[in-house]
Design a protein around this ligand. Structure first.
Ligand SMILES: O=C(O)C(=O)C[C@H](O)C(=O)CO
Ligand SMILES: [Zn+2]
Length: 276
């Protein structure tokens, strides 16, 4: 398991592009036939992916978790961004179509990932946080997520937020997770930007072609930096940092949060007059 140690709110200001990427970006996700895991220092989020091809892949435990099995004291949110697949939790199999979510509760012993067709493999993305109580494992098809439409074409930020793991949909411990999809011709997410000191967040961008990029803005509002990301890369956002992006085309991203509360709307909103 890789470790991601993020930089603090003074040090990031002096970093080069490459140093910012090393401190905040996870860039080894979605390798065919592999399961990847990164343990971060943002609320102890573990960020990973599994792309099963001919064989199923199993969620392993690691020394850093100090646990007999991965979910002994952890919850996991999984979203499939690839072909149809299956996630099996302690003998129960859940069909995972494109953009379906699965919440895996603390105490689940065995978690395995499979693709229906190895030529069009499922691409499972997941984020895990420590969990303080045992809840239930729940499958959330995309159609069951809270769908919130935001933005305007004139401001290039027409988008739909799908909240699939959040209070009212799933009883989770810390985790709040979902997908934001930008409509064609729209490029801005999280506009205007915000922070939320109560929670940290991880964004993973996808559904953008190889020759396009998302310019992700991070840092203290008055001292922002951009990090240029391509499809399949994730970026950790400490509680003091804005997290917003503009793409060279439209795209989607998965956001996941952990921390003090689970209130999606508990944000410290900014205006562009606050951004430097
Ligand atoms: O486009 C948006 O706005 C978002 O997707 C916002 C994120 O979900 C977020 O940052 C929640 O705190
Ligand atoms: Zn946020």
């Amino acid at each position: 398991m890789k470790m991601l140690y993020t930089a603090d709110q003074t040090r990031y200001q002096r970093m080069t592009n490459e140093e910012l990427k090393q401190a905040f970006v996870i860039n080894d996700l979605f390798q065919a036939g592999e399961l990847a895991l990164t343990y971060t220092d943002v609320d102890r989020a573990v960020v990973g992916s599994a792309v099963p091809t001919s064989n199923p892949l199993t969620l392993p435990t690691h020394k850093e978790l100090a646990a007999e099995y991965f979910c002994e004291r952890r919850e996991v949110g999984i979203i499939n961004i690839g072909g149809n697949g299956l996630v099996t939790v302690d003998g129960t199999s859940y069909k995972m179509e494109n953009k379906d979510s699965l919440y895996v509760a603390r105490g689940s012993r065995d978690v395995t990932f499979e693709s229906k067709d190895s030529k069009q493999p499922a691409k499972f993305y997941f984020v895990s946080y420590p969990a303080h109580r045992v809840t239930e494992t729940v499958h959330i098809p995309k159609t069951k997520a809270n769908a919130i439409s935001l933005g305007t074409q004139a401001e290039c930020n027409t988008r739909t937020i799908y909240q699939s793991i959040c209070p009212g949909v799933v009883d989770s411990c810390q985790l709040v997770m979902g997908i934001t999809e930008l409509a064609e011709g729209n490029i801005w997410n999280t506009k205007p930007p915000h922070t939320h000191k109560r929670r940290t967040e991880v964004y993973m961008y996808f559904d953008i072609s190889e020759d396009n990029r998302v310019f992700h803005f991070m840092g203290k509002p008055e001292e922002t930096r951009s990090v240029v990301l391509k499809a399949g890369q994730a970026i950790a956002s400490p509680s003091w940092s804005i997290h917003s992006g503009a793409g060279s085309s439209n795209y989607s991203f998965i956001w996941a949060m952990g921390g003090e509360n689970q209130q999606f709307d508990d944000m410290d909103h900014l205006t562009f007059a606050d951004i430097g």
